[in-house]
Design a protein around this ligand. Structure first.
Ligand SMILES: *Cc1c(COP(=O)(O)O)cnc(C)c1O
Length: 406
């Protein structure tokens, strides 16, 4: 008789987005007075850049001819040299030296953030920020590193509160020393970005204790302020303690195209083993690479034309973020984020519980948001709004919210 992985049975069962979907659907069925504006789910809405589409057409055509057809990619873990070299050169252009064999291309930062646990012992102590991108928590729960869910928290995780008081960046833990530390900057959900000084504290801590920082910089392209690092490797000492995850999803609208990359420096060793070699072995065994057409599409984003085109989309989203941020502030709400990220983290009025504020905005303004409590206990008292929508709809949503609050 087969036994299932019992860790899966401990998962509270995709609570957040299904519950938002359920409440939204129930309300939509009651003939709402206005069309709904969805500012909940973090997916892009603008089409792919013209150079990307062109590269995909060209690569598709190649696949249709015997002379240029490609099957399995024999190069490093299914990634062609052209894409790894383009990624390396892009790091270099931004002042970071990474060798091409330190770069692993995949179908998503979500998969990589989840799969990376394969190379680490189940005995490691894991620290996550609170609030947090749920993937880090759930994948560790599946692996058996999280303990049991007590209705609010996992018993074996170290939670690092990120609150207005600490500028939404975690302080060092006081009790248990974590082995694996997830940091996401610019942050989903709080929309804030860490400085070199803030990251340096963690890099020093990780080097001192032999911990590893798992650094998710899926939103680095949204950094608009000078002085904010785009890569953890801008912080001295990071190459001996950090793995970096990046993605074309938010950077270039690839959420439906699927392409990302993970950097594991050669200098990164634990217990006498090279983490780069372990990941290489893991990917070589369980993964056969991203489609050729998609690798060409991703490569195109690095051309000068590609960079200009993807920056236009990012500027569009960042302008939405500004409209939300300034509009809600003018309406008397306290807001954070939205400057170096496509998310606005908004304090609920009068300490209203986040699900109540979610319901109020849904029923009175017909605007769908995400209640902060869904991202962890410290998310209570906040809602998240995304800037990935249509500019006119975003403006209208802010006007509607302003009206109901006055
Ligand atoms: C969207 C997102 C990603 C990107 O995931 P992909 O699988 O590459 O689409 C990674 N991390 C965070 C925090 C995100 O919000």
């Amino acid at each position: 008789m087969v036994k299932v992985n019992e860790n899966f049975l401990k998962l509270p069962g995709g609570y957040l987005f299904p519950e938002i979907g359920r409440r939204t659907k129930a309300f939509a069925a009651q003939n709402p007075p206005m069309p709904l504006i969805r500012m909940g789910i973090g997916d892009v809405t603008l089409p792919l850049a013209p150079v990307v589409v062109e590269a995909m057409h060209k690569a598709t055509e190649e696949m249709g001819h015997k002379e240029t057809f490609r099957g399995y990619c024999e190069e490093t873990c299914g990634a062609y040299d052209f894409i790894r070299f383009a990624i390396r050169d892009n790091y270099k252009a931004n002042g970071v030296d990474i060798a091409d064999d330190e770069i692993f291309v995949s179908d998503g930062a979500k998969s990589d953030c989840g799969n990376i646990g394969d190379i680490f012992s189940v005995d490691n102590v894991v620290a996550v920020c609170d609030p947090v991108y749920p993937v880090y928590v759930d994948t560790n729960a599946m692996a058996g590193r999280a303990g049991d869910y007590d209705g609010e928290k996992w018993t074996n995780l170290v939670y690092l509160p990120c609150t207005a008081e600490n500028g939404f960046f975690p302080s060092l833990p006081e009790k248990r020393i974590p082995d694996l530390i997830y940091i996401c900057s610019p942050n989903n959900p709080t929309g804030t970005a860490a400085t070199v000084e803030q990251l340096k504290v963690w890099v020093d801590y990780a080097n001192e204790h032999g911990s590893i920082i798992l650094y998710d910089s899926a939103y680095e392209a949204f950094i608009s302020e000078p002085g904010i690092p785009h890569s953890i490797y801008e912080v001295p000492g990071a190459k001996t303690c950090a793995i970096e995850f990046r993605s074309f999803s938010k950077t270039a609208g690839f959420t439906g195209n699927r392409c990302a990359y993970t950097v594991i420096p050669k200098a990164l060793e634990r217990g006498g083993a090279s983490l780069n070699a372990l990941w290489n072995r893991r990917q070589g065994t369980k993964f056969n690479g991203v489609p050729y057409v998609i690798q060409r599409a991703a490569e195109a984003t690095f051309s000068p034309e590609g960079q200009a085109q993807i920056k236009e989309s990012i500027a569009y989203y960042l302008n939405n973020a500004k409209v939300i941020r300034e509009g809600l502030q003018a309406a008397g709400l306290t807001v954070y984020g939205g400057i170096n990220a496509p998310y606005i983290w908004c304090r609920t009025p009068d300490d209203m519980p986040s699900w109540d504020f979610f319901d109020l905005l849904l029923h009175k303004a017909c605007v769908v948001t995400t209640p902060g409590a869904g991202f962890g206990p410290s998310g209570e008292g906040y809602i998240r709004l995304t800037a990935f929508g249509d500019a006119d709809a975003t403006k209208e949503a802010v006007e509607r919210i302003t009206t109901i609050l006055h």
